[in-house]
Design a protein around this ligand. Structure first.
Ligand SMILES: [Zn+2]
Length: 234
């Protein structure tokens, strides 16, 4: 895994990592934006599905009637068709997070096409629904990546709240980090779309319990003051 890129990605809030390299590229501005509704929180989950953690997460979301977005790694989704169908059946939106989770800004355009095309084809076969959103691993993209995605009918989705929940952190540390960013977004009069990980891109069986506990902690903390929405409503 490109750890250096992962670390930098923390600072790519609200945009594509490397955006500064293409200040004039219109394609970088075509993406999902959070609306000026500061009480809205949209959960997004990356790097699953994971056979142990994703079912626990889906149980949690169902118990609180929260609809989220799941950006799936194609090679993991291939072995978890029941989980993918369960996400759809329970009202979640499914997005493309590439087949093998590479840094798309560092591979050939042909590889970008394969990574995104193969994943969308699989997810569309499994769900019977067109895949309309994608999230580049590490937030790393460039105008070529975005043009391949657009040709496949997909809009890029980034985030405005993220913490390194994939590292060995406690749920309370993750909740504290995300809460700070939610409060910052609220001061800016923006909705929050936050990222947590229900899988680990380098290990399909990885334990992600702290991320699931953090989702539970955030729901408990925010359920009376905020509204949980799906990014589909934006
Ligand atoms: Zn990822």
């Amino acid at each position: 895994m490109a750890i250096g890129v992962v670390k930098q990605a923390k600072y790519a809030a609200e945009g594509c990592l490397y955006t500064a390299l293409w200040p004039a590229a219109k394609s970088l501005r075509r993406r999902l934006y959070p609306p000026p509704r500061p009480k809205q929180i949209a959960f997004t989950f990356d790097d699953g599905p994971n056979p142990e953690c994703t079912p626990r997460l889906l149980d949690l979301l169902a118990a609180h009637n929260v609809q989220a977005a799941f950006f799936l790694v194609g090679k993991f989704a291939k072995s978890q068709p029941m989980l993918v169908r369960r996400m759809m059946a329970e009202g979640h939106v499914i997005g493309n997070h590439t087949w093998t989770h590479p840094n798309l800004a560092a591979v050939s355009t042909r590889r970008v096409s394969e990574e995104l095309g193969r994943t969308s084809t699989l997810l569309e076969q499994m769900t019977g629904t067109a895949i309309r959103i994608f999230r580049p691993p590490y937030g790393a993209c460039n105008p070529e990546v975005l043009s391949v995605a657009r040709a496949l009918g997909m809009l890029p989705v980034f985030w405005n709240a993220i913490t390194d929940d994939w590292e060995e952190r406690s749920a309370s540390q993750i909740v504290a980090g995300l809460t700070q960013q939610i409060e910052r977004n609220q001061k800016r009069r923006r909705a929050t779309y936050l990222v947590l990980h229900d899988g680990r891109a380098d290990n399909p069986q990885a334990y992600c319990g702290q991320s699931i506990e953090a989702a539970a902690g955030l729901i408990e903390r925010l359920k009376h003051s905020c509204r949980f929405v799906s990014i589909q409503t934006w």
